[in-house]
Design a protein around this ligand. Sequence first.
Ligand code: UDP
Length: 326
Amino acid sequence: MNLLVTGGAGYVGSHVTRQLLAAGHRVTVLDNLSTGHAWAVGDARLVAADLADDEALEAVLGEGMDAILHFAASVVVPESVSDPLKYYGNNTRNTLGLFAAAHRHGVPAVIFSSTAAVYGLPETERVDESAPLAPINPYGASKMMSERILMDLAAASPLRYGILRYFNVAGAEPQARLGQATPEATHLIKVACEAAAGARGGVSIFGTDYPTPDGTGVRDYIHVEDLAAAHVRLLDHLAAGGDSRLYNCGYGHGYSVREVVEAVRRRSGVDFQVNEAPRRAGDPASLVADAGRLRRELGWTPRYDDLDTIVDHALAWERAWQSRRR
Ligand code: UDP
């Protein structure tokens, strides 16, 4: 298939792009390289342009795309609290522009990267896809709005969608050829691996008084390669004429910040500094997926559902990446 991948030079987008190329698809990446890297697209064609660049979008879609996978977005919860317009601009307005262009060009299918942040403060230990949407930060709200736009458009046109609500994505391509290379990263496993690789002084635990077993935040960490595989399965479903789908992407169990930090110290053998800090704005106490639907309906079976494996791959990547930068 002829595929457009927005944000394909970024963390999740580059791993998906790699799997799509391996499956024999032709991939065009549209990415403004704000946080992504040209090398990360591998053998895909790179169009270095912003999502808001209508001309670039028109030119690419004019070539006739069989599907769009839309990753390009801003993804940092605390930043969304301090700079909401950046999030509504990138994640909602620019996404609306992309969906409108997809509609004009008759693109049959769109896969959209959404987030568990749409659920806000979950009422159940594990959230399934029918849980109420009540985001508590602009990041989650910006994605929720885009989901809705896509669903409404699909109801009024032949377009079919796949929406994937990611829980906490971590890890790296197992041979360390790809990984998270985002500058000024804020995500926990990345930050802890940077500390273990000597690229930062230590790690702060944001909040130790949450109503969780050890008082720190609990998240469902999913390996980026398993997440990428879910995209490929969803694409195959849509390409075969399948109906629109919405799935949580997680493993169904959570780890606390302390458990994650401990795992990174143990697996790396580096005793980096850890200090306790106040809660961070916009953070729920716990966010764990009920991801049974993805397994049942698409036959998705995770390969790397193990915190130590996720940490090992993230560490191997981080060490390779830091030595490459030196
Ligand atoms: N966290 C932390 N220290 C950090 C980064 C994150 O204690 O340096 C915590 C954060 O408060 C949350 C969890 O780790 O409880 C996951 O945060 P992250 O930013 O990785 O992902 P998010 O869930 O916000 O998308």
